[in-house]
Design a binder for this molecule. Structure first.
Ligand code: HAM
Length: 421
């Protein structure tokens, strides 16, 4: 017998129920973003590796350790680990922000070669939004309000907290970085191996270290907030004031640095305590330098991305319901002679109602047809015998409750079904 081909590690098939919870999260995000005037954009799954190494940063985990890359004839290509770099590239390619301020949203799979566990996959889904051409911080605060609207609509708002920080403008960041390196150099030998490497490459990320001993060292490290210049301070103060006005509760976390290099000024992360180790359900911030870094004209920009899988998991954890994808109605002819009439009844029902309607296929004896109706999970079977077909009627049999079978004219079917709930 030929061997079965196993699923690739970190990849998943999404069966009906899991897919349904994922689609709820995606559609509420999509609808909410649309209601704020964001336009939908679909971006490619694959880009040149250079876009990510330049845009996200060579030394970030997402690029240095977690990218799925391969060479084609001309170039190194990678599956996208996130959507922001692609979105910026697309905006530059289409010249969208010349004299315009595009607000875009996207949804799709992202790929990161991480160690898989609950809530952490190698292919996962993000919904993201990016706003171009606004200096903020009004747009930054609005992005957070949008996400808060979604949390409320998805009924997860009680379980999610928001942390914010400012990374300041470039000048502030350089001053902080110098002070940080000077401080950490004094403890070089005591830092964990990863942090020692980061000291040269990406010292800010040391603030994010999960190593206990390193954490003790960074407790006394220089805080970004003490290095913000006047412009950066003003931006962040105003951002925080707007959050209060928008009725958003946020905690200041001076150690919040984000895992991607492009950020400036306000950064934010949404967390939950309900999913064990995978706390972060979303993140974002301002990235004023990225358009220029990727070869476009300078352009202020800010955005966020949400981990759809994690929000779906959270909803499941909270026992929030998802719609069932089993059919509502199963139409079965009692013999092949009535098949055509059964098909017509089903077609008519689909156009006159929102029920999902499955028609029996594959023939068989009456008993086998009834068994198939039951197995489909449908609530109601529409039974069509010679008599029903001859008189334009259908018989309704309730499959899940004890109720007497009735025969009604086809024209009465939608009302009968409606009254049978
Ligand atoms: P990020 O924080 O790297 O930001 O990812 C956003 C969210 O994606 C995370 O908060 C998490 O919920 C989810 N996520 C990340 N990795 C995985 C994984 N392996 N499995 C499941 N979920 C995961 C960004 O990607 C930025 N592009 C956000 C942004 C947009 N900043 C500005 N604009």
């Amino acid at each position: 017998m030929p061997e079965r081909s196993p699923l690739v590690r970190g990849m998943r098939d999404l069966y009906a129920e899991e897919l349904a919870s994922i689609r709820i999260v995606e559609s509420v995000f999509g609808d909410t973003l649309k209601s704020y005037g964001y336009e939908h954009i679909r971006l490619p799954t694959m880009e040149r590796t250079a876009l990510f190494s330049r845009g996200i940063g060579e030394s970030t985990d997402a690029v240095a350790k977690e990218m799925f890359s391969f060479d084609d004839e001309t170039d190194s290509l990678s599956l996208r680990p996130e959507g922001t770099a692609s979105c910026v590239r697309a905006v530059i390619d289409a010249n969208m922000y010349r004299g315009n301020q595009p607000k875009l949203w996207y949804v799709g799979s992202m790929f990161r070669h991480e160690r898989p566990q609950l809530g952490r996959y190698r292919e996962f889904y993000q919904v993201g939004a990016e706003a171009f051409g606004f200096n903020g911080p009004d747009v930054d605060a609005e992005l957070i309000r949008i996400v808060q609207d979604v949390w409320e609509r998805l009924e997860v708002n009680e379980e999610i907290t928001l942390e914010v920080n400012s990374l300041g403008n470039t000048a502030s960041r350089i001053r902080h970085r110098d002070a940080l390196v000077e401080y950490l150099e004094g403890y070089r030998e005591d830092l964990d191996a990863d942090s020692q490497k980061r000291l040269e490459l990406n010292p800010l990320r040391i603030l994010d270290s999960k190593n206990e001993h390193t954490q003790q060292i960074i407790e006394r490290a220089p805080n970004m907030s003490d290095y913000l210049d006047d412009e950066s301070k003003r931006h962040f103060d105003e951002f925080q004031e707007r959050l209060v006005r928008f009725d958003i509760r946020a905690t200041m976390n001076p150690r919040l640095v984000r895992g991607l290099d492009y950020y400036t000024h306000a950064v934010f992360e949404w967390n939950t305590e309900r999913l064990g180790a995978q706390k972060q359900v979303g993140g974002g911030g301002r990235y004023d330098g990225l358009c220029e870094l990727l070869g476009g004209a300078p352009c202020a920009a800010a955005g966020f991305a949400i981990g759809v899988d994690r929000v779906a998991l959270l909803r499941n954890e909270l026992g929030l319901s998802t719609p069932s994808y089993t059919p509502d109605v199963y139409v079965l002819a009692l013999s092949d002679d009535e098949d055509e009439y059964a098909r017509q009844v089903a077609a008519q029902l689909r156009t006159t109602s929102s029920y999902s309607v499955r028609v029996h296929q594959g023939g068989g004896k009456v008993k086998a047809r009834m068994r198939a109706a039951d197995r489909s999970g449908a609530r109601i079977a529409l039974i069509i015998g010679a008599q029903e077909a001859a008189s334009n009627q259908v018989s309704l049999k309730w499959l899940r409750i004890n109720r007497e079978q009735v025969t009604v004219p086809v024209t009465d079917l939608p009302t009968t079904l409606l009254n049978s709930n």
